[in-house]
Design a protein around this ligand. Structure first.
Ligand code: TYD
Length: 131
């Protein structure tokens, strides 16, 4: 099974523009406790380089595009996120890296828990030991 789990959100579009509704425990497969967004990334930078012990997340590229790499310690896959009606679901012990940001990229992240530094695994070697 692919490591890349994409969610497709219903686009409510008419002559006035487009609307997407995100709901916890509905089209987002967990209760949403936190939302954060990344923007203003310089080109040629990469972010992430961590895994989480318990956190579930959905990453949505609201504008522009970026590449997300997901790695379960055995396989590594990448996906180009380019549209606001698509979300990348990251569940469980997955190492993630983000790069290839366009100047206009706005990457929104929905998370199942509040921020907790203790939930982060920031060393790849530690990640490999824990899986
Ligand atoms: P960082 O984990 O380095 O971001 P990324 O994984 O996207 O490269 O986070 C940058 C800073 O923001 C770091 O000091 C932790 C802080 N932070 C919060 O305070 N709350 C949050 O919800 C997140 C995701 C980060």
């Amino acid at each position: 099974m692919s490591l890349v789990k994409l969610l497709n959100f219903q686009l409510l579009a008419d002559g006035r523009g487009s609307l997407i509704a995100l709901e916890g425990q509905a089209n987002i497969p967990f209760e949403i406790k936190r939302v954060y967004y990344l923007f203003g990334m310089p080109q040629d930078i990469a972010r992430g380089f961590h895994a989480h012990r318990n956190l579930k997340q959905v990453l949505i590229c609201m504008a522009g595009s970026c590449t997300v790499i997901v790695d379960n310690g055995k396989e590594r896959e990448s996906v180009l996120l380019t549209k606001p009606d698509q979300g990348l679901f990251i569940d469980g012990m997955i190492w993630r890296e983000m790069n290839n940001f366009t100047a206009d990229c706005v990457l929104t992240v929905l998370a199942s828990e509040h921020y907790d530094e203790a939930d982060y695994i920031r060393e790849y070697e530690t990640f490999l030991e824990l899986i």
